[in-house]
Design a protein. Sequence first.
Lengths: 329, 325, 329
Amino acid sequence: MTANTAKDAATDAAADAAAGVPPAAPRGRIARVLDSDILYSFLRSKVTILSAIVTLVFFAGAAFAPWIAPHNPFDLATISILDARLPPLGMEYSDPRFILGTDDQGRDVFSGILYGARISLAVGFLSVFFAAIVGVMLGLIAGYVGGKVDAVIMRIAEVQLTFPAILIALLVDGVARALFGNLDRERFAFWILVFSIALSFWVQFARTVRGSTLVERNKEYVQAARLIGIPRFLIMIRHVLPNVIGPVLVIATINLGLAIITEATLSFLGVGIPPTQPSLGTLVRIGNDFLFSGEWWIAMFPGFALAVLVLAVNLLGDWLRDALNPKLR
Amino acid sequence: MLAFSIRRLLQAILVMLVVALISFTLFRFVGDPVNQMVGVETTPEQREALRERLGLNDPIMTQFGRFIVKAAQFDFGTSYQFRQPVSDLIGKRLPATLELSLVSAIFALLVGIPMGVYTGLHRDSVLSKLFLSISLIGISLPTFFIGILLIFLFSVTLQWLPSFGRGDTVAIGWWTTGLLTVSGLKALVLPSITLGLFQMTLIMRLVRSEMLEVIRTDYIKFARARGLRQRSINFRHALKNTLVPVITITGLQVGSIIAFAIITETVFQWPGMGLLFLQSVQNVDIPIMAAYLMLIAFLFVVINLIVDLLYFVVDPRLRADRAAL
Amino acid sequence: MTQTPLLSVRDLRVEFPTRRGILKAIDGISFDLKEGEVLGVVGESGAGKSITGTAVIGLLEPPGRIAGGEVLLKGERIDNLSQQAMRKIRGKRIGMIFQDPLTSLNPLFTIGEQIIETILTHLPVSEREARDRAVALLEEVGIPAAADRLNAYPHQFSGGMRQRVVIALALCAEPELVIADEPTTALDVSVQAQIIRLLQRVCRDHGTAVMLITHDMGVIAETADRVAVMYSGRIAEIGPVRNVIKAPRHPYTVGLMGAIPSLTGDHDRLTQIPGSMPRLDSIPAGCAFNPRCSLVMDKCYRDRPDLVQAGESRAACWKVSETEEAAGR
């Protein structure tokens, strides 16, 4: 992609020169970035700027939760059952210490959201990270080596595409319960979740990377590298990989939103993060039981936080995709 | 066309075999089936006798063969938690899930396609932007949260619609349907919207982008240059050309409708297969998990074969090209 | 010139607003077309030929827009008609043929469906009559077994056959004018001549005027009555075809003629015009041709030349103006 942009710029320059336009005075790197299409499309879209800010606020809130949050929902010493089910500010019986109210055990909903976002984002990032590593490696190998290896990898990918992420994650969870027993599973719940989401997300990375590898493999620089005897593994890592990595970034951003949703959904279904260390999805699950008794805030605030976070990440992903390559769908 | 059909059929059988292998592996190796069936006081001799009787000492391939033969007859053994045949349990809950999935798929298509056409044709209108914003929110909101919001709004606050169960059902043979009673239909509304909303936004965005592409093609330009009526250009010439990808995606989405059905059924306590599957995961009821997996794969394969057939109906080019293969 | 021309374009200007400013694709062109006449429009790609055609038939793609001037059909303005009124003119009074017959026909409808729909849209005939008319038309454009082929889909025809169908479609409601935009460019060389001759014959038989847009001087020489040479969104020279070919006035036309191979030509070496046409965002002041012109004068950098009468042709060049003044006109 970078190569393409450079080429376009070169063609433009050539066209300018041909048309007799005096070449502009040499511009600095910053000026070039300021003039680039990516920055232009970023600034043009207020929505994109807003979603970038929202995403950053969430990241910061999650990262610094122990310092920002008014309460620590995991510290039993600070929780009092007397504070249970307090409504958010602005409603009758509300308590100024708990701006978004408290849940059935007296935990502060706002602090719960900050800590919950921490876990949701951690699961999201880690699972996308592992999915990307596995997917890129398998995609590179499939595309570069080809033949039977390629066929086997891509068949596996196809069969796996038959099963939606949620289903795979549920199966992995069921297997984990059978192997570890319910109690041990809770201890490993975080990593089981990361593993099962990564397992269902690698396919898209692999297919994209394989596609671009097939194109790169036949280019002259790869053939030249092969001719001078560079080992296959090195060619893949040092020469092919950097040229196929662009779309991976886009897919990773889009999948981050999906991974966060998947985590929340699994936790909501009760097979994800256990209530002792609640993620956003777990918080909604806890609050769901109180919807009918009128304590709507316990489920709604974490739910909205989740929705806003995912929406912001998705908008950033959309923008990145359009800005980097309008053809990538 | 024949060669193509045979090839697709072979692929379908291959997928089914792979899934059967996974199911079998789950069934046979994850958690010892014997342990699940007997009590603590059973002697090792009794266990061994049971192993022998269940054929667990036979060669693996024989066991796998038997598994497949039994699966083909919808025999997946006995549920660990309910002590009932798995096929009975699933059979009882199948109608609920299929009715919910079907209604939500129809909702997604009936609403998604017109919205997609509209937003594709009127790119810059206010309504289009509204639709697109809604679709973005629809994609970003997790399904379970959409369900909770709908329950909160229409069941808790307004008290218009029920928040759980199927309502009254009517039995037609072994099939129970909620489509024939008022309370059954009312009970369907919120779950189908919850389940269909994501597919609807997906279809809308797909039709929109296909529409944008198609109206730029030469044949649409030529149709305009011939002075054809705008309505005919949009809904006859352009829309038909967007249908092939819509059919493909709808086929691919069957899997995710079934997966999202698990979530929807949990939120609305809908007595379907998804709820059963979730319970089986939480209780490590392997026979149900294995059977559910096979059933999903089977549904998926069948629907994709139907999708392939639809291609031939819609696109004349395939009829000729594939015939030549 | 007492008779009202069939088509009259007066000082037409077409603009494309972009984020870097307004691009003037067509910058004030005027020409007439008599009934039954064939006008060739030549020029390099980007000269504005196709845009002139699409502007006349009212199919400019947004954001392109007519920024000034008039288009008159038999003395009536059509450039400011409503969408609905213009639709009734398209196909019925002005037909259009596009470059690529492979993509001009809707792949999912039979040839018959497409022709019959077009006939029924414009003419008050029954379905039965429309079908008979479609068969007659297909026979006229040389499709064998026309009645059977009505039920065939476009992909079952070869490229040349498809362009015949396209011609039948453009003519099926008896328009007075057909705009043919590079009708043979996408075809095999062996088929090109056939299609051009077919177009010429059918239009003569029906008394249809043709605006033939092409970059192929050979086609113009063979087919057209008059020719307009376009350069950078303006008409450089316009006149009867043999005058323009035999005695080109504008230096650009002279250059174009020099680039045509000829069997009987007296020069054994093809000449080439140095440089290339300026891009729309960097059209030089004065005469747009000035960077490439061998006869360039000071005035050419300052002022833009308008068309002046030179013999039977008219040319937009200061040199021509000078010569004509010197000759005492």
